[in-house]
Design a protein around this ligand. Structure first.
Ligand SMILES: O=C(O)CCC(=O)C(=O)O
Length: 299
């Protein structure tokens, strides 16, 4: 029998306000993250830690294995699934950063629908500080996407649905108190506006998919962490965890993934293979990628 949660999820494309972390647990992650931001970091790390974050921070690696999160995801995905990505969406106070409206499945290129995201609020997330916005029930329709380049767009490729296609009145705010999460379908229309408050907004999103799914190699890495059950398909290379390995070795894989992805995005933007290979000769060095991020104002 379908649980209430899965019924609501498939009907509306999301369920929200499930408490995962206590206020103290959320604060502790927030403090650790602020310490990281206040350190003297390499430019490259200031950008690249925001993707595949579970291979960068021990707290993130623990969160993708959190029982309450896995319990929630298993109501939709069943007993065998991976976490293949995790991301930090952080907006500084008064930051103009936004996320253009998009459907994740439009660019994930997965082979079937069994994929979702769970977004957990590490700080309170409100309309004023630029919380997640989504259109209920929009997961049942496919929208056309264009690459919309804007330096304030947090999405690296700027993938967006044209504003004419969307009625802004259909968007709802996903207000979350720290420690709460929202689980949303891979095809739901979502994004967020700028932070108009004096507080930072810190959200952490985890992407889960079933072991019989595949991801489009054209854009993404093919390694993931098995967080529940077993994998009889072996489409993914299995990532270690911080429990059975160390954060130092996870960070080696993190770097490799980010360089590979950088090269894939570059090839998409600049369709000249020779030129891209020459650029990548330099850009595989941290200092050059860091400089590049600085030039495109990602730092
Ligand atoms: O909350 C945001 O800023 C957007 C988050 C998002 O696009 C996602 O979690 O997939």
């Amino acid at each position: 029998m379908m649980s209430e949660i899965s019924k609501e999820f498939f009907e509306n494309g999301f369920v929200t306000k499930h408490k995962i972390l206590s206020d103290e647990e959320a604060d502790s992650i927030n403090n650790e993250y602020n310490e990281f931001l206040n350190q003297k970091n390499k430019w490259v790390d200031l950008v690249e830690h925001k993707s595949k974050t579970h291979l960068f921070f021990p707290w993130a690696n623990k969160l993708i294995h959190n029982d309450k999160i896995l319990n929630l995801a298993s109501k939709i995905l069943g007993n065998n699934f991976y976490c293949w990505n995790s991301l930090i969406f952080y907006k500084k106070p008064r930051s103009k950063a936004f996320v253009s409206m998009h459907q994740d499945q439009n660019y994930w290129g997965i082979i079937h629908d069994k994929a979702l995201s769970i977004q957990i609020a590490i700080s309170n997330s409100t309309e004023k500080n630029g919380c997640l916005k989504l259109i209920p029930k929009s997961h049942t329709k496919d929208f056309v996407h264009k690459d919309y380049s804007n330096l304030n767009n947090i999405l690296a490729r700027g993938q967006s649905i044209s504003s004419n296609e969307i009625n802004k009145n259909d968007l709802i705010n996903i207000d979350l108190n720290k420690g709460e999460c929202c689980m949303f379908h891979g095809n739901i229309v979502h994004g967020s506006y700028e932070n108009m408050s004096d507080q930072p907004r810190f959200l952490f999103t985890m992407r889960f998919l079933t072991t019989d799914n595949k991801i489009q190699n054209k854009y993404y890495y093919n390694n993931a962490t098995l967080v529940k059950g077993e994998d009889k398909f072996n489409y993914f290379e299995r990532e270690d965890t911080v429990e059975n390995s160390s954060i130092t070795s996870l960070r080696v894989l993190h770097k490799k993934n980010l360089i590979d992805q950088f090269s894939k995005y570059l090839n998409l933007k600049i369709k000249n293979t020779l030129f891209c290979s020459i650029l990548m000769f330099f850009l595989k060095f941290d200092s050059f990628r860091g400089l590049f991020y600085k030039l495109i104002k990602k730092i």
